[in-house]
Design a protein around this ligand. Sequence first.
Ligand SMILES: CC(C)(COP(=O)(O)OP(=O)(O)OC[C@H]1O[C@@H](n2cnc3c(N)ncnc32)[C@H](O)[C@@H]1OP(=O)(O)O)[C@@H](O)C(=O)NCCC(=O)NCCS
Length: 212
Amino acid sequence: MVGGGNLGCETAWLIEEMVKAGAPVAIAGFVDDSTVKQGKKFAGYKVLGPVSWLKGKGREYKAVIALGLPLDKMKISKLLKSYGVDLFSVVHPGTTIGKGSVIGKGSIIFPQVALSVNVKIGNCVLLNPGITISHDVVIGDCCLIGSGVHMAGKAVVGRGCEIGTGTNIIPEIRIGAGAIVGAGAVVVRDLPAGVVAVGVPAKPIRKIRRRK
Ligand SMILES: CC(C)(COP(=O)(O)OP(=O)(O)OC[C@H]1O[C@@H](n2cnc3c(N)ncnc32)[C@H](O)[C@@H]1OP(=O)(O)O)[C@@H](O)C(=O)NCCC(=O)NCCS
């Protein structure tokens, strides 16, 4: 697991649940660039070293990026690709996955998530607890979807979006890449890429200020 933070702790638990349900996986430990964490234990597992510890270890290990923010996930997934390390998806055994639905590599799916039919979840997507996703929804790579989000049929969420806790999205809505939707929003009109939108109905309040 990449990232010894809150999501890392939760991801370890999700993998333990998968193991209990019979998945043939074992946790080797964490990698984290924080020197304070290295060599210590986190969530019961060793912090093996910095992310670069994985360099050239693609035959022995797969990785899951236990980081929430889309930009961090994009950066680390590029790095892991250059190290030749493949991504591993963590899907809670109780997840409902409808016929024709697919989940990309390196995604993390919490309990009480229900995907209807023909849903496409990209790579490194985080689906928090209690999310319902209706038929033919498409979620782009590296999105962070908060707890209790409901997406109606054929909605399309672009790459690297953050959808706040408790948001509702009506059918066939398109949310542009990198947009952030505030907690509790109701999205009834398409949203452009790279904006922060809030409210009921959700309206853009500003463009996103990117971290340097
Ligand atoms: C939308 C959001 C990103 C804005 O954060 P921010 O840029 O720091 O914005 P601010 O807190 O400065 O608020 C800006 C304005 O938007 C309003 N606002 C912020 N979040 C809002 C929300 N969710 N719904 C309605 N209005 C909101 C604020 O009241 C403020 O209004 P004002 O200018 O009239 O005072 C954040 O509030 C939010 O909702 N994040 C979602 C977090 C989440 O659920 N993540 C999932 C984790 S699992």
